[in-house]
Design a protein around this ligand. Structure first.
Ligand code: ADP
Ligand code: ASP
Ligand code: MG
Length: 418
């Protein structure tokens, strides 16, 4: 039994969808769960619908109509018959969305966000499921919200593993006996039956949940790159493919900005010792990268970049030391604001934290800590992390940059720079 995940780039238009169907066709005699994201940049477009709804700027209808048109256009490239049931199925989701934005209710932003943004995955999976059935790749469309249960933390649903495991065993195993199961990434459902999402780019994680619970032999995530490289090819022009990396290497890489794998994907696989295959949907026959039990000794320097960073510096107002109790108070504020620190350092009477530049979260931190600390902010920074560094490589990457913070561990160097 295997789990596949196809992201937005792999299903961005009709010919990409045909390519995905071709890949799946090679494995159709296996037991297969296929997790799919929204088409191309649909999630961003749906975020604009949510913004328009709250801005009350009268744009929502137009934006929804554009999305409907682009989805219907893709269907025209896949189905000869204009009356194919796929059109009705898609229309129903659009009707629901229009209904959602028609009434002006006093609802919480994150709740509304999830009800609207989740439609992207429902649409994409409906199209690909119908298309595959129409060309003889039989599959069952599963509404992932029937099995993947979360709490009500909208936009960052926390998975209820016990309930989800019971439901996947009860509902998905029998479906797998009949053939491929095709479902949505990124979505979940609260005990009150409201839709949640798992955090942007969360479909890799959805696949990992299925992989773990079903004890799959492997999980494959199909990407627009040959596999995991030693740097994002959009940012470095001298990248090389890493054939094999350990779970630890993958966790470190994703934590510090290797966006090719969602950071939450690794734990469920490592816990069951299941390999993660990162392969190219453009060259599906190539081996790609295997993430599993591997030796990291011979890896080249691996580079990760996180842009849009902010450095917060806290000085104690009364000159008291930044001792353990003060650090604990500081970290407690970050934890309560659900704000991840990417790098930190402390001095005698100061503490520095490098974070993603998220204004609402910074405001929360300042509200709690401004009475005790003088707080300085520096914006528009970049955090570069290099694993398996050499002095020469560090020099090469920091030359000409203004370094604000630097940290060196045995296998990891980090520099926060302008
Ligand atoms: P998906 O289509 O599944 O959402 P993403 O676009 O999120 O896939 O991930 C693929 C992208 O990740 C690549 O196009 C690449 O630019 C980026 N990336 C970042 N770091 C790396 C890396 N170390 N190796 C390969 N790709 C990387
Ligand atoms: N469609 C969602 C997003 O763009 C989830 C995903 O692609 O993994 O964030
Ligand atoms: Mg993505």
């Amino acid at each position: 039994m295997r789990v596949f995940k196809f992201g937005g780039a792999s299903v961005k238009d009709a010919s990409s969808m045909k390519n995905v169907a071709n890949i799946i066709a090679q494995y159709k005699s296996d037991k297969l769960v296929v997790v799919v994201s929204a088409l191309g940049k649909t999630t961003n477009a749906l975020e604009e619908v949510v913004q328009a709804y709250f801005a009350k700027n009268g744009e929502t209808k137009k934006l929804i109509a554009q999305l409907k048109e682009s989805h219907f256009n893709i269907c025209k490239g896949l189905f000869d018959d204009d009356t194919h049931p796929v059109y009705d199925a898609l229309s129903n989701f659009f009707v629901e969305m229009e209904w959602q934005v028609e009434e002006e209710r006093e609802e919480e932003y994150n709740y509304v966000y999830d009800q609207i943004v989740s439609v992207g995955e429902l649409l994409s999976t409906t199209i690909i499921s119908h298309y595959m059935n129409s060309i003889g790749i039989h599959n069952t469309w599963l509404d992932v919200r029937d099995v993947l249960k979360t709490d009500d933390t909208y936009r960052e649903g926390k998975v209820d593993w016990n309930k989800t495991s019971a439901l996947i065993h009860e509902k998905v195993l029998p479906l797998l006996e009949k053939g491929i199961v095709l479902t949505q990434g990124f979505l979940g459902c609260t005990p009150e039956n409201c839709t949640t999402t798992l955090g942007r780019e969360g479909s890799d994680y959805t696949a990992a949940i299925f992989t773990n619970i079903l004890n799959a032999e492997s999980q494959t995530i199909w990407k627009d790159v040959p596999g995991v490289l030693n740097g994002d090819p959009r940012k470095f022009d001298d990248t090389q493919l890493l054939d094999q990396i350990s779970y630890l290497e993958a966790v470190e890489m994703t934590f510090y900005g290797a966006t090719v794998i969602h950071p939450k994907t690794i734990k469920p696989l490592q816990n069951k010792n299941i390999p993660l295959l990162v392969k190219s949907f453009i060259q599906p026959q190539d081996k790609g990268t295997v993430v599993g039990v591997a030796n990291s000794e011979h890896l080249p320097a691996v580079r990760m970049v996180k842009g849009d960073q902010c450095l917060l510096t806290f000085h104690t107002k009364d000159f008291s030391f930044v001792a353990e109790d003060v650090i604990s108070h500081l970290l407690d504020a970050f934890s309560k604001a659900n704000f991840k620190i990417n790098m930190m350092q402390n001095g005698a009477i100061s503490f520095q934290a490098c974070v993603d530049d998220i204004p609402e979260k910074i405001a929360k931190i300042k509200a709690v800590l401004a009475s005790t600390f003088t707080i300085e902010e520096k914006h528009h920074l970049t955090l570069l992390t290099i694993r398996h560094y050499t002095d020469e490589i560090i020099l090469q990457h920091k030359t000409g940059k203004n370094l604000l913070l630097e940290q060196r561990r045995l296998s990891t160097w980090q520099g926060l720079m302008v």
